[in-house]
Design a protein around this ligand. Structure first.
Ligand code: PMV
Length: 346
C-alpha cells in the first residue's frame, strides 16, 4: 500500500532594503530597471506550509498571518498560487495550509512582501521538488522564479549581503528573471547596519503594486530609466571599491527620486510624513558636522532606513537616541543589519 504524500516545510526569509530602487515593471514581474539591495537579518517572515492531497471541493490553499485570516493579502496570494499551478500543474491536487508571521509591522515602509513572498516561494518550491521525487538538492536560488512572480523585490532576498536584480552592463550575468549576488565587495561594505526609524506604522494609502503601475505612463519614465542604470553602475563600483561618499550620494538620490516619482505620478501621491523630512535633514547635518558616513534611504513608505558601517555604530546610535527617536512613533526603531539570506527552520 502506498501512503498519500503529505508533509510540512518551514522557511524563514529576510526583507531587503533597496539602494537602487525597482520602480515600474513589465509583464511577468520583469523589472523596468535593474535594482540593488542589502539583505537584512532581523526583519524576517517565518512561513510554514502543511500539504496533503486535496479533498473534493476543498480550496487549493488556506492562509493565516499571525494566526488570523488576512483579507488584504488575498490578491497577491491568488496571483501567486496561479503562477504555482502554471509552473507545477500537479500541485493542483493538493491543499496547502500556509501559516505566516513577521518579525516587523507589514505595509509600513519595510518591504514585507519581499520576505513574505520569498519565504512562501521557498516552501512551495521545496514541496514541488519533494513531490516530484527529484533527487536534486534544493537550493534557495531554485525559488527565484516563484519569488519574483510573488513580489519582484522578493527575488533579491534569496541572496546574502548585496544582490542585483535586473539586466545591467555593470554586472556580467545579471538577469531580469533572477537576482545575482555581488561578489566584489570591499571590506567596508561587508558588515553594514540598517537602523529603521518607524515614523508611522500604519498601512500606507497607495500600495507598491499601484505605484509600479503609475510608472507605465509616467512623464519622467525615460529619465528615470537612465538614472537607474547610471546609479546601479555607480553603486556597484562604490561597493566594490569601498567608496562610501559615492555610495551615500547614490543611496540618498535614489530615495528622493523614488518619492519624487510618486509625487509626480498621475495621480500624484505622498507617502512621506513631516518627520520623514525632518530626519533626512538631520542626517545630512549630522554628516556635515561629524564626517560620519551614514546614509538615509526610504522604501515605499514614511519610515527612514539609516545605513552605515558597523564600525560607526556607537556614535550613530548615540545620535539616533538623542535626536531622532523623539521624531519616531512611540520612539520606535528596528535594529537591523546585513544578513545571510533565507534559512530552513525545520
Ligand atoms: O516587490 P514589490 O512589488 O513590493 O516592489 C518593491 C518596490 C520598492 O520596495 C519600493 C523598491 C525595491 O526595489 O524594493
Amino acid at each position: 500500500m502506498t501512503t498519500a504524500p503529505q508533509g510540512h516545510v518551514t522557511w524563514q526569509s529576510p526583507s531587503n532594503i533597496a539602494i537602487v530602487k525597482y520602480w515600474g515593471k513589465k509583464a511577468q514581474q520583469i523589472p523596468m530597471n535593474p535594482s540593488l539591495s542589502m539583505t537584512l537579518s532581523r526583519s524576517v517572515t517565518h512561513t510554514s506550509v502543511t500539504y496533503r492531497p486535496k479533498q473534493a471541493g476543498e480550496t487549493l490553499y488556506s492562509f493565516s498571518f499571525h494566526q488570523k485570516a488576512k483579507e488584504s493579502f488575498s490578491p497577491k496570494l491568488e496571483s501567486f498560487f496561479g503562477h504555482v499551478l502554471d509552473k507545477y500543474p500537479q500541485l493542483g491536487h493538493y491543499h496547502f495550509e500556509v501559516q505566516s508571521s513577521n518579525s516587523f509591522p507589514h505595509s509600513a515602509g519595510i518591504a514585507s512582501s519581499a520576505s513574505a513572498m520569498s519565504a512562501l516561494a521557498l516552501c512551495i518550491e521545496e514541496i514541488a521538488l519533494a513531490l516530484a521525487g527529484t533527487r536534486s538538492t534544493f537550493s534557495p536560488i531554485g525559488a527565484s522564479e516563484l519569488s519574483r512572480l510573488g513580489s519582484g523585490s522578493a527575488v533579491r532576498s534569496l541572496h546574502p549581503q548585496w544582490a542585483v536584480w535586473g539586466k545591467t552592463d555593470a554586472l556580467p550575468g545579471s538577469d531580469d528573471h533572477f537576482a545575482s549576488p555581488l561578489v566584489k565587495v570591499d571590506n567596508v561594505f561587508t558588515d553594514f547596519c540598517d537602523t529603521i526609524l518607524i515614523v508611522d506604522s500604519s498601512q500606507k494609502d497607495v500600495s507598491s503594486t499601484a505605484g509600479h503601475r503609475l510608472m507605465d505612463n509616467h512623464p519622467y519614465k525615460e529619465g528615470r530609466l537612465q538614472q537607474a542604470h547610471r546609479h546601479i553602475r555607480l553603486a556597484i563600483d562604490a561597493i566594490g571599491t569601498g567608496n562610501l561618499p559615492l555610495f551615500i550620494e547614490v543611496c540618498e538620490e535614489e530615495a528622493l527620486s523614488l518619492h519624487a516619482l510618486m509625487m509626480s505620478s498621475h495621480p500624484g501621491y505622498l507617502l512621506m510624513k513631516p518627520a520623514t523630512l525632518q530626519i533626512m535633514d538631520k542626517v545630512r547635518r549630522f554628516r556635515d558636522r561629524t564626517g560620519i558616513a551614514v546614509a538615509f534611504t526610504l522604501d515605499a513608505g514614511p519610515n527612514v532606513h539609516l545605513l552605515y558601517p558597523r564600525a560607526q555604530r556607537h556614535d550613530v546610535l548615540e545620535w539616533i537616541h538623542a535626536e531622532l527617536l523623539p521624531l519616531c512613533e512611540n520612539n520606535r526603531w528596528i535594529d537591523d543589519h546585513m544578513g545571510h539570506g533565507p534559512t530552513k527552520t525545520r
